[in-house]
Design a protein around this ligand. Structure first.
Ligand code: NAI
Length: 327
C-alpha cells in the first residue's frame, strides 16, 4: 500500500500534481494538505474512478499529523511563486519558514518517507530540510531530493525544438542547482548525441537556464510554471515509486546531499559544495548512487561551472544558517 502526500495541494502546482497522482496506478492513498482549500480539492479528485483513496487536510484538528502519518512519499509544492522581476532567491524570506515548519512535521510523523521538495529556492530549501531532519535525528540523505526535473524537461524540449526532433528522444544530464546560472545542462552528454555550437548553443543554454522567466512573464504577475511543473514533479515521484517497487536502473537528475550518497564525495571534491543536482540512480532505498558526469564535461561546459559553484555555495549557506539561527 503506497501513501503519497502533497503539502501545498491547493496551489497552482499542487492541484494538477494531485490530479496526476490520483491517476497513478502506483498510488493507493493520497493525502492532500494545505492551509486553504485542500478538502475541496480532495473531494473533487475523489470522484475520479481510479483506485487511490483521496483525503483532504487543513491545519486544524492535527491535519498535518494525520496527513503525514504512514506516508511513503511526501511532495512539497507549498509556498509563494515568483512574480515578474523576482528571482527565486527573493522567495526565501517566506518559503524558508514554510518549508522548515512542514519538514518538522515530516520529521515527527513520517521520518522514513521519501521527500521531494519543489518549493523555491530549491538550492536553499533542500539544505533547510536537511538541517531540520538532522536536528530531529532522522536525516537520511538517500530519501531527500530537490526536484530539478523541470530543468531536465525544458532541456529535452528546447533542444528538440532547435534540432527539429521529438523531445521524447532525448536524455540530457542537467547539473548544478535550480536557478539561473546554477543550472548547467550538459548538451555534450546528451543521448542521442546533439550537435549545437556557437551562438545557437549559447542561446539554447540560456533558454534552459532562464526558461522559468518566460512563464513568469507570460503569466503577467499571476505566478510561475505550474502545469509543466506538475508534469515534472509527477515524473520525479513516479520514478521514485517505480524504483521502490523494484524497477532497476532508473536515473533522474535531482538535487541531493553529496556526502550521503555513494559517489558523492568524489563529486564534492570537484564542486566544493555539499548539495548538487546531477543524475542519480534510484533504488528501493532511494538515491543509490550519483553518476559522476563531471569527469566527462566538455571544455566549454567547464567554463559554466564556476558561476554555478559560487551561486550554489551562497544559496546553501543561506539555508543552513536560517535553520541554525532560528533554532
Ligand atoms: P501557489 O501560490 O499557486 O500555491 C502554493 C500553495 O501553497 C497555496 O495553495 C498555499 O495555500 C500553500 N501554502 C502556503 N503556505 C503553506 C503551508 N504552511 N502549508 C501548506 N501549504 C501552504 O504557488 P505554485 O505556483 O503552486 O508554486 C509553489 C512553489 O513551487 C513556489 O515556491 C514556486 O516557486 C515553486 N516552483 C518550483 C519549481 C521547481 O522547478 N522546483 C517550478 C515552479 C515553481
Amino acid at each position: 500500500m503506497v501513501k503519497a502526500v502533497v503539502l501545498g495541494a491547493s496551489g497552482g502546482i499542487g492541484q494538477p500534481l494531485s490530479l496526476l497522482l490520483k491517476l497513478s496506478p502506483l498510488v493507493d492513498e493520497l493525502a492532500l494538505y494545505d492551509v486553504v482549500g485542500s478538502v475541496g480539492v480532495a473531494t473533487d479528485l475523489s470522484h475520479i474512478s481510479t483506485k487511490a483513496v483521496v483525503k483532504g487536510y487543513l491545519p486544524a484538528d492535527d491535519g498535518l499529523k494525520l496527513a503525514l502519518t504512514g506516508a511513503d512519499v511526501v511532495v512539497i509544492p507549498a509556498g509563494i511563486p515568483r512574480k515578474p522581476g523576482m528571482t527565486r532567491d527573493d522567495l526565501f524570506s517566506i518559503n524558508a519558514g514554510i518549508v522548515r515548519d512542514l519538514i518538522t512535521g515530516v520529521a515527527k510523523y513520517s521520518p522514513k518517507a521519501f521527500i521531494a521538495i519543489i518549493s523555491n529556492p530549491v538550492n536553499s530549501t533542500v539544505p533547510i530540510a536537511a538541517e531540520v531532519l538532522k536536528s530531529h535525528g532522522v536525516f537520511d540523505p538517500a530519501r531527500l531530493f530537490g526536484v530539478t526535473t523541470l530543468d531536465t524537461v525544458r532541456s529535452e524540449t528546447f533542444t528538440a525544438h532547435v534540432l527539429g526532433k521529438s523531445p521524447t528522444e532525448f536524455t540530457i544530464p542537467v547539473i548544478g542547482g535550480h536557478s539561473g546560472e546554477t543550472i548547467v545542462p550538459l548538451l555534450s552528454l546528451a543521448s542521442p548525441a546533439v550537435s549545437v555550437e556557437g551562438e545557437q548553443r549559447d542561446a539554447l543554454i540560456k533558454r534552459i537556464q532562464f526558461g522559468g522567466d518566460e512563464v513568469v512573464q507570460a503569466k503577467e504577475g499571476k505566478g510561475s510554471a505550474t502545469l509543466s511543473m506538475a508534469h515534472a514533479g509527477f515524473r520525479f515521484v513516479d520514478s521514485i515509486l517505480k524504483a521502490v517497487s523494484g524497477t532497476a536502473g532508473i536515473v533522474e537528475n535531482t538535487f541531493v546531499y553529496l556526502p550521503g550518497v555513494e559517489g558523492g564525495e568524489a563529486v564534492k571534491k570537484i564542486t566544493g559544495v555539499d548539495y548538487f543536482a546531477l543524475p542519480v540512480e534510484l533504488g528501493s532505498s532511494g538515491a543509490i548512487k550519483v553518476v559522476n558526469v563531471l569527469e566527462k564535461v566538455s571544455d566549454f561546459e567547464k567554463t559554466l561551472l564556476p558561476a554555478a559553484y559560487t551561486g550554489l555555495s551562497a544559496n546553501i549557506s543561506k539555508g543552513v544558517e536560517f535553520v541554525v539561527s532560528s533554532a
